[in-house]
Write a protein that binds this ligand. Structure first.
Ligand SMILES: Cc1ncc(COP(=O)(O)O)c(C=O)c1O
Length: 366
């Protein structure tokens, strides 16, 4: 039996990779899986330690998170991204950012008749979240304003899957366009700390939001910057009234970050050294893989930041490129997972160990 809700959702994209995964696994040297962006490096010791410090606290944690956690968010955003003037009360921890992305339209009270605007090429969960609420997702081309009647606009710079970085001006235009139709802006900034050839900025900066966070939310994740995907650690912040209403609903719904994760996240946000170290690991992997792809005849588009190389083999069909790479024991994701206009690209993740990246490079060498 299937539920009405599951019928509203698309097929899970990665299920359709099964045949290519099987093919890649037959490579004598084993598969190098670059199809998903899951961290592989150790969780920093200071974070593991913090997790254990509250292992023996039996009571419920608060949905709003500890004051220390919210202060740590404000401090980290100021040090790392130049965001000032943020009220700690307007910070809300989330159980990773995927659940917030999937439930934000519902938490905001959107439903049938509401439009949720998402980038033409984007993280699949934006569409899923719109459909869970019964709202209508609409894909916008680069720079295209949302149609009248749009209630929520998702922005994502640096982008998954393209690694594209929007300038202050481009983001400011997107925020103004969303405000013009009365839509909330949710800016997914989970790759903000992972920049290579361009400097991404937060929607919380006055140069982007015009000095007011009215109707603006910034969505952050520690999964990639602190290798904490397994802990499920994220937060949302921005417009105090919007965050207060999200908090209210999440309190009722039991969407509470576990206390050990709150403690771990506080420690992670108070330390920038491990973020810099992790960034260097990814930078080094990118420096090896990108030229190998180019030498093998690929063109890597955008990919100025974030954890993916948005690659095309001379405009070949995405699934043919996935197949070509699978023959060489390398598993990647077709661009169509992210939107119909991704049909000539594959997304190649940098989230593999140094030795796996070296193996992939050898296999790509003509
Ligand atoms: C653009 C984007 N947003 C959100 C997420 C969710 O991350 P998490 O739930 O681990 O915080 C991802 C994960 O890959 C992502 O690529």
């Amino acid at each position: 039996m299937t539920s009405g809700t599951s019928r509203r959702l698309p097929d899970f994209p990665w299920d359709s990779l099964a045949d290519h995964a099987a093919k890649a696994r037959t490579h004598p040297g084993g598969v190098v899986d670059l199809s998903i962006g899951t961290p592989v490096d150790p969780v920093p010791e200071l974070i593991r330690h913090a997790l254990g410090t509250v292992a023996d606290v039996p009571g419920y944690p608060t949905t709003h998170g500890t004051p220390a956690l919210r202060e740590a968010v404000v401090g980290a955003l100021a040090r790392r991204h130049g965001v000032t003037g943020l009220d700690p009360a307007a910070v809300l921890p989330t159980i990773g950012s995927k659940e917030l992305v999937a439930w934000l339209p519902t938490l905001l009270g959107l439903g049938p008749g509401d439009v949720v605007a998402i980038p033409a090429l984007s993280y699949p969960t934006y569409e899923v979240g719109a459909r869970l609420a019964g709202a209508t997702p609409v894909r916008l081309a680069d720079g295209e304003p949302p149609p009248p009647g749009t209630s929520l606009v998702w922005l994502n710079s640096p982008s998954n899957p393209t690694g594209r970085v929007l300038s202050d001006e481009q983001l400011a235009r997107a925020v103004a366009d969303a405000r013009a139709v009365g839509a909330v802006v949710a800016s997914d900034e989970c790759y903000l700390a992972l920049a290579w050839d361009a400097q991404p900025v937060s929607v919380l900066l006055p140069s982007v939001n015009g000095g007011s966070v009215d109707g603006v939310l910034a969505v952050h994740s520690l999964s990639k910057s602190s290798s904490l995907a397994g802990y499920r650690a994220g937060f949302v912040t921005g417009d105090p009234a919007l965050v207060a209403s999200l908090l209210e609903v999440r309190k009722h719904a039991g969407m509470i970050m576990p206390r050990p994760v709150q403690a771990a996240m506080t420690a992670a946000l108070n330390d920038d050294a491990h973020v810099a170290e992790q960034r260097e690991r990814y930078r080094a992997r990118r420096a090896v893989l990108l030229p190998a792809l180019t030498a093998a005849g690929f063109t890597v588009d955008h990919s100025e930041a974030g954890l993916y190389l948005w690659s095309t083999r001379d405009g070949e069909n995405a699934w043919d490129t996935v197949g070509w790479l699978a023959e060489r024991g390398i598993l990647t994701a077709p661009g169509t997972f992210y939107g119909p206009t991704g049909d000539r690209h594959v997304r190649i993740a940098l989230t593999a160990t140094d030795s796996a990246i070296a193996t992939a490079t050898t296999r790509l060498t003509p």
